[in-house]
Every structure is written in C-alpha cells, then in structure tokens.
Design a binder for this molecule. Structure first.
Ligand SMILES: [Zn+2]
Length: 305
C-alpha cells in the first residue's frame, strides 16, 4: 500500500485521441483519480493531439464520455470537443515547444543531430527496433526544415528513480530506447519533448502510468535535465502500475489494447469491470469494487489501518 500523497499533489489524465479508450486507459484514469482525490490534490485533463493525422472527433468525444461513465471528474482541462479545439489543443502551444527546441540546441549543440532516415530505411537497418545511429555525425542546422532531430544517448546512460509502486528503478536508456526523436521531420515536437513541456506547464508533480511506459519515463527524466526551464520535471513522482491483473488474468498490454477496437465503454457492461482491476492493483478487497465510493472508502480504511 502506498504512503499518502501531499495535498499539494498535481496530476493529470493524459489520453491520446487516436482510438477508443481501452481497459488500460480506464484503469489508469481511475487509479490516478483515486490517489489525487484522496490526497485532496488537483487533477487536470490533458489531451495529446500532436499526432493530428490519427486524431478523430469520435475518439475525442469518447474521452469525455468515458470519464463520465467512470464517474470521474477533473479540476482543469477541456469540458468538451469545442472547448478542446479552441483552447487546449497542443497546436496552440507550438511556439512553446519550438522555443524549448531552439534553446536546447543552443545550450547543447552536440547532443542533438539531424536524422534524414526514412521510416522504411530504418525498418531495413534496425534489427531490434532501436535507431542504429546512422546519422550520428550529422549536425543540426536550426534553419533546415524537413529533418528529424534526435538526441545522442550515451551508451552507459542509466536513469534511476524511486517509483511509488516499483521502489528503486534503474533503466539503461541506450539499451531500452537508443537515440530518440525530439523533433519530427515535419517540424513538430515529438511526444517525449511535448509531454515534458506540457507537464511542467500544468505544474504536475505526480504521473501514474503503466509499466509499458517505463522507457518513456526514463527518456523524459534524462531529457529534462538538458531542456532549459524544465528542471521541475526532474522532481515529478512516478508510479508505474503493473499491466496484469491477478485474479482473472486480464492482461492490460498493447496487444489487448489493439484487440479492443470498440473501447472499454462499449465492451464492458459497466465500470465495475474497471474498478475490480483497480482494487486488485491497490491490494483492496474485491468487494470494494462495487462502486467508486466504496473503492474510495476502502482505500482510506487501508491507509488509516
Ligand atoms: Zn538517421
């Protein structure tokens, strides 16, 4: 069981509207909500729509409906589709991302290099999914468009942090991820960079994720130390939850996500399916999963015991 979080805790639900939300998303949202609400902290809804080609209005709509269906609320963030497009879309923050990219290049010109590899070229040369380092010698010229920017991750890079659930964690970043992209070929910021900047803007102090995102966390913690103005990200507390639920063995992995095309709301009879997995992850009795309120009170009881 976790130790209580401070009332100053700030966290976020951070879905991507590139598909209908699946069981893993719903579990993550509910878990995050419980931890933040119990501490009396602040919760944001932060939608990642940088990958505009994959965004669909029905996926956006599904985010709001799923949050309602789960019985969750949040303190800040878009209230619906129009509000999101007008005020919260990441494209409104493009100049912020660009400013950080330029400042990073100016501060550490040798850390960033230009990559001209095509997706198909990469598929041919990489055997393990990591970038083979083909363009490592190429300098970035800030004015040149149409190239991706990658960061040079030294071979021995080890990222260490204390995880809420996993305890002390060590990730060999070069082995797990290799040199990763911080600016895409089209000039837009890549996920790892934008995610740091968004979380710092919202004042996030707690990030709850599935264990499959451990390499991303390591990449972001490592990258943040080189991004001017992003020091606060280094103090974020992370909690990575397991992807397997004990009793019924439902695996919340990518493969399960892919097979659930219709999304959790269409597939589950009710949100109790989600609450049950959350109860298991928190080590609470299954009986606590009958409603969100009973989950909340079981968590308080466990904390005060
Ligand atoms: Zn390349």
């Amino acid at each position: 069981m976790l130790s209580p979080l401070p009332a100053s805790v700030v966290s976020r639900l951070a879905p991507t509207p590139s598909g209908f939300l699946h069981l893993g998303n719903a579990v993550n949202f509910t878990l995050t909500w419980l931890l933040v609400r119990q501490a009396g902290g602040t919760l944001h809804l932060r939608i990642d729509d940088l990958d505009r080609a994959r965004v669909r209005p029905q996926y956006l709509e599904n985010i709001f409906r799923t949050i309602d269906w789960l019985g969750l609320d949040y303190d800040f963030g878009p209230t619906g589709l129009d509000d999101f497009e007008q005020h919260y879309s990441q494209r409104h923050y493009l100049s912020d991302y660009t400013a950080v990219l330029q400042a990073t290049l100016a501060a550490n010109p040798t850390m960033v290099y230009a990559c001209r590899c095509s997706r198909t070229g990469l598929a041919r040369t990489s055997t393990d999914g990591r970038y083979p380092g083909t363009c490592r010698g190429a300098q970035v010229e800030a004015a040149v468009a149409d190239v991706a920017w990658r960061v040079r991750v030294p071979e021995e890079t080890l990222v260490c942090f204390d995880d809420l659930w996993q305890g002390p964690v060590q990730v060999g970043l070069a082995r797990e991820l290799g040199d990763f992209v911080i600016r895409k070929k089209d000039g837009w910021p890549a996920y790892q960079l934008a995610s740091i900047i968004d979380d710092v803007r919202l004042g996030v102090t707690l990030i709850v994720r599935g264990l499959d995102l451990l390499p991303s966390t390591a990449a972001q913690l490592w990258l943040a130390q080189y991004l001017p103005g992003m020091e606060a990200f280094r103090r974020v507390q992370f909690g990575h939850h397991t992807l397997i639920s004990g009793a019924d063995g439902v695996k919340l992995s990518k493969s399960t996500q892919a097979s659930s095309q219709r999304g959790i709301m269409a597939e589950a009879g009710g949100p109790v399916v989600v609450y049950r997995v959350v109860a298991q992850l928190l080590g609470l009795p299954v009986a606590a999963a009958s409603s969100l309120i009973s989950l909340q009170s079981a968590l308080s009881t466990a904390r005060n015991a």
